[in-house]
Write a protein that binds this ligand. Structure first.
Ligand SMILES: Cc1ncc(COP(=O)(O)O)c(C=O)c1O
Length: 382
């Protein structure tokens, strides 16, 4: 008898097809990369790869896996050393490694806010933060994107019935590329029971002269309760870290389910994180990326495209092209011309705000940037 598939699955797929929003995985090669998160080219760095292997050999860590959770057999001096390296680099009291940014957000936000607490989050926050909120016992309300007047009103109206507030946002928004005014956020969150959590996924390796992230660049680390840095983007490897004080670290080791109930990262992943962080302190790729970003912005202006782009100083630049069909069509035409620029469809972004998402890299040449934007201008009739 043929194996049956639940009708709910068939219906869900059919509905995506009808909305022109069915996702699929593709393998692309031989095209100019305006899509990966490898902002500094670290993912393919031979220096980082070799440095990580030298570290493992020096430590005698001839080991393919970590063998268990950090709380059981999966811990070693090496993990603790690397966490200290990250805490020192980020000027923070403690650092706790997680297996991914997704796991870090689910584990931090799912465990820290409690009953009688309230989470206030930017309406555009990442899916992993939403998952954390769903797993938490706190109440949760969104505030309008980067709108801290709205946040302040929410704080005021909810204050009488709330023990602690957790205000959550990102330093570079993954689908928009823009950044909040974090200094203004700190002012709005000055009360003793308001705790700020910042996801620095797309700022890591990108913002700050050494890629430290936005919080550190602004010198506001002490006003932020927890920061999440992920390593699958600018750092070119895998995993994530939650930065905060020792009490927070201790709490997460005891209560964060995505930290406790999973096998720790393998030693080679941890060695690669350590080597990528060392590279941040020596590389010229951060400055090169910053100059490519400025070049991209200058070209947009020259071509009269800036009104269609969301303003951004980061490595993510989005051209809003309403409608799944239209944005897909333009992405396909760019691909035919040799450029990999991915369409971001609804429901990932609100309907009418579909977009082409350009991820810029230190290895994109000025000529590639000029060519892709000229082609884009042709396609959208500018
Ligand atoms: C803002 C943000 N946070 C967290 C994550 C998840 O990080 P990871 O890919 O390491 O799971 C992402 C990845 O897309 C992200 O964009």
């Amino acid at each position: 008898m043929p194996r049956q598939t639940p009708d709910s699955i068939i219906d869900a797929i059919q509905s995506r097809v009808e909305k022109n929003a069915l996702r699929s995985m593709q393998v692309r090669s031989g095209v100019v990369d305006f899509s990966s998160n490898d902002y500094l080219g670290f993912a393919g760095s031979k220096e980082i790869y070799e440095s990580a292997h030298r570290k493992l050999e020096a430590k005698g860590l001839v080991q393919n896996g970590s063998t268990g959770s950090r709380l059981l057999s999966g811990n070693s001096d090496f993990y603790v050393e690397v966490e200290q390296q990250l805490a020192d680099f980020h000027g923070e009291e403690s650092a706790l490694l997680f297996n991914s940014g997704y796991a870090a957000n689910v584990g931090l936000i799912g465990s820290v806010p409690q009953r009688h607490d309230c989470i206030l989050y930017d309406e555009y926050i990442h899916a992993s933060i939403r998952e954390g909120i769903l797993g938490s016992n706190a109440t949760a309300y969104k505030f309008r994107h980067n709108d801290f007047d709205h946040l302040e009103k929410r704080l005021r109206s909810l204050a009488p019935k709330t023990r602690n507030f957790y205000v959550i946002t990102e330093s570079v928004f993954s689908m928009d590329g823009d950044s909040p005014d974090l200094e203004a956020l700190v002012k709005v969150c000055s009360a003793d029971n308001v705790f700020i959590i910042i996801d620095e996924a797309h700022a890591t390796g990108v913002i700050g002269t050494q890629g430290q992230g936005l919080v550190q660049s602004l010198g506001i680390g002490d006003a932020v309760f927890a920061r999440i840095h992920t390593f699958g983007k600018g750092m070119g490897c895998h995993g994530a870290v939650v930065l905060g004080n020792r009490l927070l670290q201790n709490y997460l080791i005891n209560f964060s389910r995505s930290f406790i109930y999973t096998t720790a990262l393998p030693p080679h992943a941890v060695a690669t994180i350590a080597s990528s962080y060392e590279e941040l302190q020596n590389t010229d790729q951060i400055a090169l990326l910053a100059s490519r970003v400025q070049h991209f912005k200058a070209e947009i202006e020259k071509l009269g495209l800036q009104s269609q782009f969301i303003d951004s100083e980061s490595s993510i630049h989005c051209c809003v092209i309403p409608g799944n069909e239209q944005v897909r069509k333009i992405s396909s035409s760019l691909l035919e011309a040799g450029f990999d620029v991915r369409p971001i469809l609804s429901p990932t972004v609100p309907a009418g705000k579909e977009r082409l998402r350009f991820c810029l890299h230190s290895y994109n040449t000025e000529e590639e940037i000029a060519r892709v934007l000229i082609r884009l201008a042709d396609l959208i009739g500018k």
